[in-house]
Design a protein around this ligand. Structure first.
Ligand SMILES: *Cc1c(COP(=O)(O)O)cnc(C)c1O
Length: 393
């Protein structure tokens, strides 16, 4: 065996031993309320396809039409030769949807965060970051040359103390998820904005799990609070509730012009494919035109939460349709997920380092497309799987 393989194999074995080994499971159908997996039809309760748009005919039609008109690739970075009209159109649509002056599309949410944070926070600056922020925000902070101060989850007193300590910096940048991806709870945005105002800090919010889920017309948490003019940087993805791929940063025209010049994950990467961009535009149209989808998502979230609590499962303090079924150690979380897979329910265990040690869980996400019968089927499977694994009685 080659030396490198031998070295990394021992790392893999350690992961296996700790029940932290990861592998992919291959789905054989399109994404929807049900999917095909290992030749079986399964209920999908693990995806971020909250509104069921990833397989919507209107998105497919838009993607096909864009591919026919603009081709499959953009050929270069948008600053070189790859700026297609379909991307400009999408950015105008996003800016309107979010109620701000301008938007810039990135290849993914990970890239958006990786490029935006280092562009805005340099060596003389301080970033204040919630301890449960998404990995892409954490990595963006790591790439920035700024000092990073991590505040306790949603703890504004702690944030305030840190802002005071950061008073000598050139710039203070507060960075937070709006809906926390693995817990489903929501950042105290009005309090954060108030602190930011008092301490001359800028605010960046990651709306990945809020777009299409929260706020009037699904425009997100910022919009729900009417804080469009107070939040400097609104980032969000096109890949979750919007059912496509890619991400955006939205804000002032000045911010967007700055990122076009300085965000390295925009400058040095190829533009988003036309089909993805057109599908995302179509998704925003649908979200605005059919708000009942959002209502169905919330109804399903409330219903399944109640059923799981009745069974005796311990649910985290979520305020959204993201339902964290708390288990604790990694191995029992894997066992519960396996017991559910055997009963045709597709949910997966979320383990460290995605979540803190000792807080392994199943992250259960009903969508707008699930029926009551689907949720009853899920409840029955959870009851049996929970008893089999001794998590409930
Ligand atoms: C999924 C996610 C991202 C990354 O978005 P991708 O488009 O999947 O790269 C960023 N932030 C949060 C909070 C997320 O949940």
């Amino acid at each position: 065996m080659r030396l490198l393989d031998e070295q990394i194999l021992s790392d893999l074995e350690r992961l296996r031993h700790q029940a932290l080994y990861r592998r992919m499971r291959t789905i054989e159908s399109e994404h929807g309320a049900r999917i095909d997996y290992q030749g079986r039809s399964m209920l999908m309760l693990a995806s971020n396809n909250y509104l069921g748009l990833a397989s919507h005919p209107a998105l497919k039609r838009a993607a096909i039409a864009a591919a026919e008109r603009f081709g499959t690739g953009t050929g270069a970075s948008r600053l070189i030769a790859g700026n297609l009209k379909v991307l400009d159109d999408l950015e105008a649509r996003i800016a309107q949807f979010k109620g701000v002056e301008a938007a810039l599309v990135f290849g993914s949410g990970y890239l958006a965060n990786l490029g935006t944070i280092p562009a805005l926070a340099g060596a003389q600056d301080v970033i204040l970051s919630d301890e449960l922020n998404h990995a892409s925000l954490i990595d963006g902070c790591r790439l920035a040359r700024a000092q990073v101060m991590v505040y306790r989850h949603c703890d504004c007193d702690h944030l305030k103390a840190m802002l005071k300590r950061a008073s000598g910096a050139r710039r203070r940048l507060i960075v937070t998820d709006s809906v926390f991806s693995m817990d489903g709870d929501v950042a105290p945005l009005p309090d954060i904005v108030e602190l930011a105002r008092r301490h001359d800090a800028a605010v960046m919010i990651d709306e990945a799990h809020a777009v299409g889920v929260l706020g009037p017309n699904g425009a997100g948490l910022v919009s729900a609070h009417g804080l469009e003019r107070e939040i400097d940087i609104q980032m969000g993805t096109l890949s979750k509730a919007l059912g496509s791929y890619g991400a955006y940063v939205a804000g002032s025209r000045t911010l967007i012009d700055f990122l076009i010049n300085r965000a390295r994950s925009f400058v040095f990467t190829t533009g988003l494919p036309p089909a993805s961009a057109a599908a995302a535009s179509a998704a925003i149209d649908l979200v605005e035109a059919e708000p009942e989808r959002i209502k169905r998502l919330w109804d399903n979230g409330c219903y399944l939460r109640q059923r799981l609590v009745e069974l005796g499962f311990k649910l985290g303090a979520s305020a959204t349709p993201i339902l964290p079924v708390m288990v604790g150690d990694a191995q029992p979380a894997l066992d519960l997920a396996d017991a559910l897979l055997r009963r045709n329910i597709f949910v997966l265990a979320i383990r460290p380092p995605t979540v803190p040690d000792g807080t392994a869980r199943l992250r259960v996400t009903p969508t707008a497309e699930h029926t009551r019968a689907d949720l009853e089927q899920a409840t029955a499977a959870f009851a049996a799987a929970g008893r089999e694994t001794n998590l409930i009685r």
